[in-house]
Design a protein around this ligand. Sequence first.
Ligand code: GRF
Length: 211
Amino acid sequence: MSSAPLKPGANPLRIGILLSGRGSNFLAIAEAISTGKLKGAEIAVVISNVADAGGVAKALELGLPCHVFVSKGRARQEHDAEMIGCLWAHGVDLVCLAGYMRLLSKAFVAAFPNRILNIHPSLLPAFPGLDAQGQAIEYGVKVAGCTVHFVDDHLDHGVIVAQRAIPVLESDDAHTLAQRILVEEHIAYPEAIGLVASGDYEVRGRRFLKR
Ligand code: GRF
């Protein structure tokens, strides 16, 4: 199966950020845009499902449109429908999950087919789900890293756009490994968005191929 790349044309690709926490990946994306490292993209809106997420304060500091849709206690589909409406209202082309800690409904994924990116702190398909860095330490792997992938209906599963690897040090614990992987995440995510924004790629089966 193949799918068409995103082709925003001459206009910048409009990114919608979804987050639940501190938002360091969101800030890395925002910085890459403001410094010109990530070209052809702009942040159209930031959405949090957690009212006091650190990323919300940062978005407001940057003067970006920011909306909170608290998800706790709400039906997934109903909550997702509100987010879809907000993303559409802001003309979003590409949704970037940046520490968004809630599963998305099938309806949400269908609303943005191959138009949702996620970053996961492991070399997928190893260690999907929560505490990927702790899983890596427990398993005893010698190489760890991060993955940027398109989101499909399965957890941490979609087509891989980019990965960055680092050695696991003998002195590492889950915390130090997470810190070092995070440095790589902040490089990988803007780079992957740049690739997608360029439109110069094709998705063939599970493979993301640059043209
Ligand atoms: C990152 O480790 C990311 O890989 C995972 O959640 C964490 C979010 O961190 N999906 P931040 O909020 O971007 O700092």
